[in-house]
Structure formats: C-alpha cells, structure tokens
Design a protein around this ligand. Structure first.
Ligand SMILES: [Zn+2]
Length: 65
C-alpha cells in the first residue's frame, strides 16, 4: 500500500514569477484555497486535484483571473 503523505510541489507565483514550495495533502482529492506568496505577499489561488495514483495536479491563478 502506498503511503499517503504530504508531498512538496513547486509552483510559479502568477504575480512575481518566483518559484514557491507548497505542501499538498493527498488525502483530500479536491482542494482550492488562497495563500499569500512568500515572496511578494499577494494572494494566490491554488487549485489542487489528487489523481487516483496519488499524483497531485497543482494549478495557480492570480486574484484577477
Ligand atoms: Zn509572488
């Protein structure tokens, strides 16, 4: 059985373009939340889908998209 643990993904901030590490909880199959960029402090919308094999699809959008 596969371990379901937090996995770290890297995304690009839609505002400043910096690479940001986010921790994804694979036990929740669909997630969306807002978290401030660690670099420019602007709010990033995260949309996360966990595939059946546990792979996390992480998409980010800026507030205005
Ligand atoms: Zn940023």
């Amino acid at each position: 059985m596969r371990m379901r643990e937090l996995s770290e993904r890297h995304i690009e901030c839609p505002y400043c373009g910096e690479s940001i590490g986010v921790l994804v909880d694979p036990s929740v199959p669909q997630q969306d939340y807002i978290e401030d960029c660690q670099v420019c402090c602007r709010p990033i919308n995260f949309y996360i889908e966990i595939e059946p094999d546990g792979h996390a699809n992480v998409r980010v959008k800026s507030e205005n998209e």
